[in-house]
Ligand binder design. Structure first.
Ligand SMILES: Cc1ncc(COP(=O)(O)O)c(C=O)c1O
Length: 446
């Protein structure tokens, strides 16, 4: 049923890759059984692999490419910058211009500092929270992905055998050998569950530096945090001398001012990444100036000395400026409207195929679940091995038969270069995929 073409070039490169790269890859996300596919060229919403197959890209480098591939305005700006050097042991004017552009965009961004990845942004945000409050612990939601910093990784992949009582979820290590000191300093709570979360936080009051939230956490199920939940966390942090910090590495695309624009309260600091790099590696921390002062080298008592060889390099800053300048209010609205249209069409397709599938999401992102109603919690969204295997078959059907690239959680992260034409192709392909795998999807619910 799944038409696997030969892909000889990719197979051959992977053989060579395994001789030098562990597992043959540099990031697990690109691995695909029996071998990954290698990109040759990408432009707009299309990506062609080295075996000559062109696909429509709905993954956009895991939500990072807000304008798709090789956008002409970004390429032009970066090409000009490349002639002038790529990184200096001097500051650059473009980092100031870009900082001003981002700070103008969001009310709560009084000061900003650039780093090189979302992981580094989250790490810097957590360390700044500790430095500001003088407290050791952080609190995070079960199942959330926040990059690869030790503390941020805790309970990222909690599962039924180790997640423990929902009233007091375990702090589960991701990596073998994680020190218990790390686990002891991460408080885990259930996303969107006010009563349980406040009870859990109360037990650690006085020790928590920050409560960290991804407002639409992808791995939890791409379920938006409710306004009540965010407000409850906000008032808990006000009462207990802790900070409310947002990881908007993915969700900054949700609205002009990030997902935080959708809430009545604002975070104290925010971690950014992905889209603000215009296709290049990036991260940033932005927020209240009194907190950001912990990083200020002019302070006599500098609490958080911080550097990074490639931080704010002019290539990333130039690309980021061009990308975010293009992603203005109109562009955000247009993109979110198209994504919403896609979700409506896919819901129609689900009805037509009569399969137990549901959709969650926000802004320009959505995720499909093999459940008749959308999950509302991480534990509900959690997928068994059997479910994952059917999801992978659906993704393979779309990848090989339909020439469609999606995120491996069965999600789409749209870009501004997609049009109604690609949305129609997606929903038609989805219908064929559901029809082909309907018995397997239904079997999950027997
Ligand atoms: C919510 C969230 N935070 C942080 C990160 C880490 O970003 P990076 O991969 O740039 O280190 C990711 C990456 O996917 C993410 O999804």
């Amino acid at each position: 049923m799944i038409i696997m073409s030969k892909n000889k070039n990719s197979e051959e490169i992977y053989r060579k890759a395994c001789e030098v790269l562990t597992g043959g890859v540099s990031r697990n996300i690109v691995y695909r059984k029996p071998f990954p596919h290698y990109a040759d060229i990408a432009s707009g919403c299309h990506i062609t692999d080295i075996d000559g197959t062109e696909r429509i890209d709905f993954a956009n480098n895991m939500a990072a490419l807000i304008h798709g591939h090789a956008h002409p305005a970004i390429i032009k700006a970066v090409t000009e910058q490349l002639q002038k050097g790529t990184a200096y042991t001097l500051a650059s004017e473009i980092e100031v211009a870009f900082a001003r552009l981002l700070c103008k965009r969001v009310k709560g961004f009084e000061r900003i500092r650039f780093v090189n990845s979302g992981t580094e942004a989250v790490m810097t945000m957590i360390k700044a929270s500790r430095a500001y409050t003088g407290r050791p612990k952080i609190a995070k939601a079960e199942g959330t992905y926040h990059g690869t910093y030790d503390f941020a990784e805790v309970s990222q992949t909690s599962k039924p055998s180790n997640w423990g009582d929902i009233n007091n979820p375990n702090s589960v290590p991701l990596v073998y050998g994680t020190p218990t000191g790390v686990l002891d300093n991460v408080v885990v709570f259930p996303f969107n569950d006010i009563e349980r979360t406040i009870a859990i936080l109360d037990k650690h009051a006085g020790q928590i530096a920050c409560v960290m939230i991804d407002p639409v956490p992808h791995r939890v199920g791409l379920i938006p945090g409710t306004n009540e939940f965010i407000e409850a966390l906000y008032s808990w942090t006000r009462k207990n001398g802790a900070l409310l910090v947002f990881d908007e590495v993915v969700t900054f695309r949700v609205n002009y001012g990030g997902a935080q624009e959708n809430y009545t309260v604002s975070p104290d600091i925010t971690a950014l990444g992905k889209i603000i790099g215009g296709g290049f590696p990036v991260g940033a921390v932005a927020g209240r100036s009194d907190i950001m002062k912990v990083l200020d080298p002019r302070e006599a008592n500098l609490k958080f000395p911080h550097s990074g060889t490639f931080s704010a390099n002019p290539v990333t800053m130039t690309a980021g400026y061009a990308a975010m300048d293009l992603f203005d209010r109109d562009a955000v609205l247009k993109l979110n409207t198209l994504t919403n249209k896609a979700v409506c069409q896919i819901r129609e397709v689900i009805k037509l195929a009569d399969v137990p599938v549901s959709v969650t999401g926000a802004g320009s992102m959505f995720r499909l679940h093999l459940t008749p109603t959308p999950p509302t919690t991480y534990r509900e969204a959690y997928q068994s091995e059997e479910t994952i295997s059917v999801v992978n078959e659906l993704l393979n059907f779309l990848f090989f038969n339909e020439k469609i690239l999606m995120v491996n959680t069965f999600s789409c992260m749209f870009s501004t270069v997609l049009t109604q034409k690609e949305v129609d192709k997606l929903s038609e392909a989805m219908l064929r995929a559901f029809n082909a795998l309907k018995p397997k999807i239904e079997k999950l619910h027997e």
